[in-house]
Design a protein around this ligand. Structure first.
Ligand code: LLP
Length: 438
């Protein structure tokens, strides 16, 4: 579902006028729709209903407390990758007992914290990590619930930076070493409770085929592990791709726009229809770890046009958001739809590059893009920016982090204040040549 739409040529998020929001809070400004997040959670949760399952939102996609709270309220669990994410989940009202802890490099301090809070499972990615979890649990007089991540060596057919299920990726344990790794854990690690198996082959998958291939490959292994170690769950990871090219609600009831069926990215229904029959015979609890699907289309980055510049080769629209606010175009050649908050009735388009103020040529939101002509002072929405947008933002070029708003019907809640200049230098110290201080 898309909750960003034009009404009388003004862009709204749910029932909130975005230009008014930009005036009030300034730009760059992230705006999220609660309606889209709840709709997407319920769609996926509902589609998996015939299985014992838990949707564990991948916190890295967007970790704002208000968003985590929205998911916790619906009974969602969380897939975390750091002690910091666990801290956020708990602060937002989520339950540690519904958290899985992923990632190849957990530290001793993070393992201790997660054990103290009582997470559902450590999804371990190496034998060395298992040994450390075993040691920490022993020292704390606890048993640590663990799963191992299998690397099924399946090509997710996505951007190489977000592909994780091939042997050359750093993730998980090779498929053919899994039985051995579980046997070693059972024999040598008395402080572990072997609880499950995990898999995640990549992000922004727009075809169902790699999911099917990976599930079909993993299921016999998981069944064998159930027999040998009485495991309780199988997490199939995240990765469900979203539509970036049609990010506005056109009023069409067809969520995926008017493309022919074979060109549409996968829907949750097609995902569930394909995977449920493969997973059902396992009779295990199935975990899902969606990130982008839950929040991607729910967010937009609002940015103001500062200047127009006509160069010899190109026309540039220079905006006040930069790659520090949204790095996806620079890092993954990510394509985001860009639309002005005020739609013009003039239908002529011009080809422009939409660029930020940062001193890097990679600082762009669009290149050679056909846009309605815009003027300095206009506000643009960079759409489908709810996932891996703010969460990957930085202070590069000493730019304060943007504010964030959660829209709920007619209400707009400020869920993160814009950083101030003082915030930028908080915690920094200049060593002074000050004798008294020595
Ligand atoms: N589970 C694990 C273990 C993961 O590593 C990830 C994402 C997810 C679940 C959630 O994947 P999703 O459903 O969001 O595809 N920054 C990149 C995406 C990085 C994904 C990292 N892992 C981007 O902006 O495209």
């Amino acid at each position: 579902m898309h909750s960003f739409r034009y009404v009388q040529n003004r862009m709204l998020c749910e029932s909130v006028d975005l230009e008014a929001l930009a005036q009030k809070h300034g730009t760059p400004l992230y705006v999220y729709s609660k309606e889209t997040i709840t709709d997407h959670f319920k769609r996926l949760d509902g589609a998996m209903d015939s299985l014992d399952h838990l949707v564990c939102y991948a916190v890295k996609a967007n970790s704002n407390l208000a968003i985590l709270h929205t998911i916790a309220e619906m009974g969602g669990g969380f897939d975390i990758v750091s002690g910091g994410e666990l801290f956020r989940v708990i602060k937002a009202g989520g339950k540690a007992g519904n958290c899985t802890f992923a990632g190849v490099g957990k530290t001793r301090a993070e393992i201790e914290y997660a054990l103290k809070e009582g997470i559902y499972s450590f999804n371990a990615e190496s034998e060395a990590e298992l040994r450390l979890i075993n040691e920490v649990a022993g020292a704390m007089g606890k048993k640590a619930p663990v799963a191992l991540r299998v690397n099924p060596n399946v090509d997710a057919k996505t951007h190489k930076y977000i592909s994780t299920g091939k042997s050359e990726n750093k993730f998980g344990i090779d498929f053919d070493r899994m039985l051995e790794a579980y046997a070693a854990a059972a024999k040598e690690c008395p402080n572990l409770e072997i609880r499950g198996v995990q898999m995640h082959i990549g992000s922004q998958l727009t075809s169902i085929d790699p999911f099917i291939e990976a599930a079909k490959k993993a299921v016999p292994l998981v069944a064998e592990l159930k027999k040998r170690h009485d495991i309780k769950f199988f997490s199939i990871g995240g990765g469900i791709g979203i539509v970036y090219h049609e990010s506005l609600d056109s009023g069409d009831v067809n969520w995926w726009g008017d493309k022919p069926a074979e060109e549409r990215p996968l829907t949750v229904q097609s995902y569930a229809n394909a995977l449920v029959p493969i997973l059902e015979p396992l009779k295990l609890r199935i975990l899902l770890e969606p990130g982008r699907f839950m929040v991607g289309n729910a967010g937009a980055l609002l940015t103001k046009v500062l200047f127009l510049k006509q160069g010899n080769a190109k026309k540039f629209v220079i905006v006040d958001a930069g790659m520090n606010d949204l790095i996806r175009p620079a890092l993954y050649e990510g394509w985001h739809q860009i639309a002005p908050l005020q739609k013009s009735t003039n239908t002529t388009l011009e080809k422009v590059d939409v660029v930020g103020p940062i001193c890097e040529s990679g600082d762009f939101f669009a290149q050679d893009r056909e846009l309605q002509p815009v003027d300095a002072g206009d506000t643009l929405a960079v759409l489908s920016a709810g996932a891996y947008g703010f969460g990957m933002a930085s202070n590069y070029n000493s730019r304060p982090l943007a504010a964030e708003i959660l829209v709920d019907g007619k209400e707009a809640h400020l869920i993160r204040e814009r950083q101030t200049l003082e915030d930028l230098i908080r915690g920094e110290h200049v060593p002074r040549d000050d004798k008294e201080g020595k």
